[in-house]
Design a protein around this ligand. Structure first.
Ligand SMILES: C[S@@+](CC[C@H](N)C(=O)[O-])C[C@H]1O[C@@H](n2cnc3c(N)ncnc32)[C@H](O)[C@@H]1O
Length: 144
């Protein structure tokens, strides 16, 4: 499995750290490469991700407050200095055939970021096979 290395992480993080409030959020934690750069400069880091696997990767650090959540549902109990959203997929999601993101492995389409039992997300397979042409046109033009 390849290691996910985000591009421009140093530049993005340096921009975030200009804030005078040393409380930050990484709402797409993934493998934590951005958080790793933010943490030494932060008093507190609110970390979150919608992928259930991420909660097993959170380092033991009293500065980190983690929640499994979509970024649209994350709530902060105090004012934060800034937040990072590194949108997209991580390399391991493509490598693991069962996630249904792969372009070179034979597996069913899935593409849910949250594929836990509790997840209400629907698979790409279901969308492609059951949605109408109008609905597909709508998401291609208005949601992507
Ligand atoms: C490109 S990866 C982030 C990589 C991360 N910055 C790192 O350093 O490893 C994108 C992450 O966003 C997460 N994600 C995708 N959609 C999300 C959403 N709606 N809410 C929260 N996280 C989401 C994915 O699960 C994935 O972990």
């Amino acid at each position: 499995m390849s290691l996910h290395i985000p591009v421009l992480s140093a530049q993005v993080t340096a921009h975030l750290l200009r804030s005078p409030i040393p409380i930050f959020a990484d709402v797409t934690f993934g493998h934590g490469m951005h958080s790793k750069l933010i943490l030494p400069h932060a008093q507190k880091l609110y970390a979150s991700d919608t992928d259930p696997r991420v909660s097993t990767r959170i380092p033991q650090n009293p500065k980190i407050h983690y929640q499994h959540a979509r970024f649209s549902a994350v709530k902060f109990p105090e004012k934060i200095g800034g937040a990072i959203m590194d949108l997209g997929i991580a390399s391991d999601m493509v490598d693991e055939a069962g996630r249904g993101f792969s372009y070179n492995k034979d597996a069913e389409l899935d593409m849910r970021f949250d594929d836990s039992k509790e997840s209400k997300q629907i698979t790409a397979k279901e969308i492609c096979n059951t949605w109408t042409e109008d609905q597909l046109t709508y998401i291609i033009h208005h949601v992507s």
